[in-house]
Design a protein around this ligand. Structure first.
Ligand SMILES: [Zn+2]
Ligand SMILES: [Zn+2]
Length: 424
């Protein structure tokens, strides 16, 4: 048996230091705990104040002649959404919209169901979100008479939907689950540049937490905080357009539902909040009354790219201008989705609505930035033929946005061709 050490052999200094170290350690733990608690309290206080004090502008601006505003990519309770079609239309009208596109998963509505819910001054575009082997696409303008068949092949489904009269847009091509690969198909008309669901996932945990805490106090601000620039989508869009026309749209991907095991456990974020965030503006022929445009008129404007998208919750973008004025005296200015033959002295005019907060404007020529300026309008002489499109940015409002420049508007390009035959 080893000898039991005599306590008197331990130096007195060591005996004193043991309890003292333990006491300091406990003291430190308590300090850290109270520090974290205080920081959390300050954070909660700042977020609450931000939600109370930050007022976003009203949604209704002054639309240009022929401009009409709506939302695309909306789910109802036919698939994973929480609202019926009349409820969804009600929320859209509350948000000052006059059209929407219904896109339930692999299921379009019957024409009778759409007609029954379709008020006279509101256009419902019937459609569905089609699941394929390489992701989802939006088939707009089809009803339940279109049958997808048993194929999951993206190219086959795109062609089949198009034969049924659909206008096809690739949905969330760089989403979390799968990335779209079938870019070579000739049977899509455009792509989602913005998809709420995909954009929100670009945020880190702190931004997500801030937004979650803001939501009960100021739901619109909560969603504005999650707005990010979809840079991958914009880059892919520019690249695709080197080959052919590809229209850009924004999809709300509104569900108003959090589901667990296919059961809706919360109606979050609500349809109204989502419809108040990013909105699809279409530019119809100014001679007609845009309020009487049919779903198919709206669809053909989307297909042509006569459209722009805006995070209107930051500020109403109604009346935004992006026009090319030909160098010849007789030429009329042309806007997004239109083309014009290049003439010497042709100019591009980009302007945000009067009274907007200070904006940052960016102009791209064939995908390359040629101007970036903090201003409300830009006029520049075109360097030559090509595609011209503009983006506008605004600073985040309120305390917890830290003044971050946030994508506000992006428009489909104006095509400036070298000759009347359309070549660049
Ligand atoms: Zn999807
Ligand atoms: Zn969806």
């Amino acid at each position: 048996m080893p000898p039991i050490p005599d306590i008197t052999e331990v130096p007195a200094a060591e005996l004193e230091s043991l309890p003292a170290e333990a006491a300091i350690s406990q003291h430190q733990v308590r300090g850290i705990f109270f520090g974290v608690l205080c920081s959390l309290g300050v954070f909660l206080g700042v977020v609450t104040l931000d939600g109370w004090l930050t007022r976003l502008p009203a949604l209704n601006g002054t639309p240009a002649r022929g401009e009409r505003i709506g939302v695309l990519h909306v789910h109802t309770n036919l698939s994973c959404g929480s609202g019926s079609l009349p409820q969804v239309i009600g929320a859209a009208r509350d948000a000052d919209l006059s059209f929407l596109a219904i896109t339930d998963h692999n299921l379009a509505m019957s024409q009778a169901a759409v007609n029954a819910a379709d008020p006279p001054d509101f256009a419902v575009i019937d459609g569905e979100e089609v699941s394929t082997s390489t992701g989802h696409f939006l088939a707009l303008g089809v009803s339940d008479t279109w049958s997808r068949g048993s194929s999951y092949d993206a190219r086959t489904l795109l062609a089949s939907a198009r034969r049924a009269g659909s206008v096809n847009f690739i949905a969330h091509p760089f989403g979390l689950r799968e990335h779209w690969h079938e870019w070579e198909s000739p049977d899509y008309d455009g792509m989602e540049i913005w998809n709420d669901d995909a954009v929100w996932r670009q945020n880190g945990p702190l931004a997500m937490l801030t937004s979650l805490l803001l939501y009960p106090i100021n739901s619109r601000l909560a969603l504005v905080r999650l707005a990010r620039t979809p840079t991958d989508n914009l880059a892919k869009w520019d690249q695709l357009q080197e080959q052919r026309h590809v229209a850009g749209i924004c999809g709300s991907d509104a569900h108003a539902a959090i589901t667990i095991n296919n059961q809706t456990v919360a109606r979050f974020p609500g349809y109204y909040s989502v419809f108040s965030l990013i909105r699809q503006h279409i530019l119809l022929d100014a001679d007609g009354d845009p309020n009487h445009a049919s779903a198919s008129d709206i669809l053909s404007a989307l297909k042509q790219g006569n459209a722009f998208c805006a995070v209107d919750a930051l500020a109403p973008s109604d009346g935004f201008l992006q026009q090319v004025q030909s160098g010849s005296a007789s030429g009329q200015p042309v806007g997004p989705g239109h083309s014009v033959v290049y003439t010497r002295g042709a100019t591009l005019h980009v302007a945000v609505p009067a009274g907007s907060p200070p904006a940052m404007l960016r102009v791209l020529h064939d995908g390359q930035e040629i101007a970036k300026q903090q201003t409300q309008s830009i006029d520049l002489v075109l360097p030559g033929p090509g595609r011209y499109r503009a983006e506008a940015y605004l600073r985040q409002p309120g305390l917890t946005g830290f003044g971050r420049w946030t994508l506000w508007i992006f428009a489909n390009p104006v095509q400036v061709t070298a000759s009347a035959s359309g070549s660049n």
